[in-house]
Design a protein around this ligand. Structure first.
Ligand SMILES: C[C@](O)(CO)[C@H](O)COP(=O)(O)OP(=O)(O)OC[C@H]1O[C@@H](n2ccc(N)nc2=O)[C@H](O)[C@@H]1O
Ligand SMILES: Nc1ncnc2c1ncn2[C@@H]1O[C@H](COP(=O)(O)OP(=O)(O)OP(=O)(O)O)[C@@H](O)[C@H]1O
Length: 282
């Protein structure tokens, strides 16, 4: 990396299940989901500037600087806190984009948490969550910083016990645009609401579901191919609005074995579920 100083990690997430239980008047969907963090992460570094400018110092393929959620998060924190300080930001992407792993949201959350410290603005997590929610539905979860039962449009969070697990994540060569999937006429929007207590019982035995999955599978054959193969190795599901798919295992060895068995045409990685965000949790 170009900048000196410590790495600030931005871990990816998986949606262990995702139900769409309604739709708000503004078009946003009411969800229920269990989110967990995994140890596959982007890396960021910061150099504080006295002149108030905010820049990304490296190119990121497919993400122009002005659209980068990391840069937009820094500008929002600067405007909201009134600080005169700025920052150079270096972003090393490791999380596949448009895969349902929440990479852009996690980058934004890490920027808010890191700069709130480095700038000494000290707004604190509850306020940072509010700021994050203005930029993306998943950002409050990353600031919350631990496995969560998520409701509302992604803004109502409760801590959730998730058994320690290892995951195989497959990355189809397909970028799935989230708005297209939520707009789809065929999307199921009336799944019955679950209670958090029911979730633990389901996690222990019953099958969980991602309501966005059938929409993505019918439109993106590569996602279907990856999911069908992974289902031969364990209980496989799509995360978020896809197209990444995952399966959980009790040990690293089991996960590595499943990944190694994949066809040569498939890319993927093994990741461990982590209890807490590297930058701490609420
Ligand atoms: C589906 C999830 O991946 C679950 O983790 C996220 O909620 C999506 O998060 P994201 O990609 O950060 O999405 P955002 O950038 O906030 O929203 C993208 C688009 O998805 C749709 N959207 C998103 C979240 C939500 N609860 N209802 C929606 O209908 C909206 O059309 C929105 O314009
Ligand atoms: N820092 C960033 N990293 C990745 N993508 C970004 C970033 N900033 C903006 N984006 C835009 O957001 C789009 C979606 O990227 P992201 O990886 O956050 O979505 P995702 O993995 O589908 O996650 P989600 O579960 O939130 O839908 C990208 O195609 C890109 O245009």
């Amino acid at each position: 990396m170009q900048l000196d100083g410590p790495d600030f990690l931005a871990p990816a997430k998986l949606n262990l299940f995702l139900h769409v239980i309604g739709r708000r008047a503004d078009g946003y969907h009411l969800l229920q989901s269990a989110f967990t963090l995994i140890d596959h992460a982007d890396r960021l570094r910061f150099r504080i500037r006295d002149d108030g400018a905010i820049h990304r110092v490296n190119a990121v393929a497919g993400v122009p600087e002005e659209e980068d959620l990391a840069i937009r998060a820094a500008r929002l924190l600067q405007a909201s806190s009134g600080t005169g300080l700025g920052a150079d930001i270096e972003l090393e992407k490791r999380i596949p984009m448009g895969g349902g792993l929440g990479g852009g949201s996690s980058d934004a959350a890490t920027v808010l948490l890191a700069l709130d410290r480095l700038w000494g603005t000290n707004l604190g997590r509850p306020r940072l969550r509010e700021l994050g929610a203005q930029l993306g539905a998943d950002i409050p979860f990353f600031i919350f910083g631990r496995a969560a039962w998520v409701e509302g449009v992604g803004d109502v969070l409760r801590p959730l016990e998730v058994p320690p697990r290892w995951y195989v994540v497959l990355v189809p060569p397909t970028l799935v645009p989230t708005p297209e999937i939520f707009r789809a006429p065929e999307l199921t929007r009336n799944t019955e609401a679950l209670k958090i207590e029911d979730f633990s019982a389901r996690l222990a035995g019953q099958k969980l579901r991602n309501d966005l999955q059938p929409v993505v599978l019918s439109r993106y054959p590569e996602v279907r191919r990856h999911l069908e193969w992974l289902a031969s190795q364990g209980e496989a599901r799509m995360t978020g609005s896809g197209g990444c798919v995952f399966a959980g295992y009790d040990s690293r060895e089991q996960a590595e074995r499943a990944l190694a068995a994949r066809p040569a045409s498939m890319q993927g990685f093994v990741a461990r579920g982590i209890e807490q965000h590297p930058l701490g949790a609420e």
